[in-house]
Write a protein that binds this ligand. Sequence first.
Ligand code: MN
Length: 485
Amino acid sequence: MTYIIEGQTGDWEVVVGLEVHAQIASKAKLFSGSATEFGARPNTQVSLVDAAMPGMLPVINEYCVEQAVKTGLGLKARINLESVFERKNYFYADLPQGYQISQYLKPVVGEGVVVIALPGAAPREVGIERLHMEQDAGKSLHDQDPRRTYVDLNRSGVALMEIVSKPDLRSPEEAGFFVRKIRSIVRYLGTCDGNMEQGSMRADVNVSVRKVGETGYRTRAEIKNVNSIRFIMETIEHEAERQVEVYETGGEVVQETRLYDADLGLTRSMRAKEFAHDYRYFPDPDLLPLVLSQEYVDTIAATLPELPDDKNARFISDYGLSPYDAGVLVAERETAEYFETVARGRDAKQAANWVTGNLFGALNKKGLTITASPVSAENLGALLDLMADDTISGRIAKDVFEQMMDTGKAPGAIVEEKGLKQITDTGPIEEAVDRVIAGNPDQARQYRDGNGKTLGWFMGQVMKATGGKANPKLVNQILRAKLRE
Ligand code: MN
């Protein structure tokens, strides 16, 4: 499972740390009451505070603080009862204040841990260094006019959580799993929608390489604002290879900020990396330190939902699922809830098979998410009941399921309408068996001569003759008896 780059001078490993920017799911911004809705017309969600008009004062949004604390608890991290907002000074056209309000020396959340489980490998802990709150900048629009750049301040002041990992990741795959896990946790908590296409989650990727066996870290490059898991994985691969080549041709990797160009499949230098002292951080004099009581934190802790790891463990112990199936089912909260509704009081493994197999396959084909599934969890459960009490066979169930998918109807109604009830009367089955045997004397002789495989062929014929509705167990019994006559 180890990711090794074989160079001219030996084997190299990659060292990755991520800074995940997660937009807090809040209707208002971090320090103003402006709306945060995605896709609004440019500059329609901008207050005087967001536009940094002289004399405007920031007011902390308590709801955002609560979401940051909740996320910290979800990352099993220490919550700092006192944290401080600081000004990170830099100039950019989409940053009207001339500084970003962030947290630096005293973030609201300290060290934590996230567990990632790659297929075929033992689960591994990845350290969380910190989580701090900060405001987002506006957006420069370079594609609206051939000669001008426009600035949209709708995003200016939107609340972000920056989740910083320790440099514990050792491959593109691990980085991909880590981001997926973070996304899964914030979605369970409801603190961020995790929507990477809309930019609600994006990552700065810190990459360095070192010879296998080396213990210290070498100089890293930071690739900014990577906005999909696939790009995060690709950028690590390309950047690690670039650095190995730099070292192997006698060069030195410099600390710098780079950009990932997905079209060319390479990273390129954006600017020499600033160091923290370049930003002239200092506590924002307009904001008091953020002081929380332990009681406040405990109250939030009491509202935490069951998180993916705990749910995973419970699915394995209570439902007897394989770690793989459990992992697939808990990745999204909605999927886990759907599964539990189907499994409750029923055969859990069968429920898991139907959800991860038939249902996922059908949803995929239609391009739907589970929340938009035409087949409700209750109806899928009812379908399993119809199989369990022998009303329909497993084969018919697949047809019924397809129709449920197309119509959204309950399985009972479809079975009734189409007359799909399983035939469990021996009379009609015996008749069908007699007819099939009489019509195929050669095959019947083969069976009697000891060719056991012929039985399967006869099963198929009788099932076909009964429109697939005959109870297979009965067909098998009656066939054997009659073929021996
Ligand atoms: Mn940041």
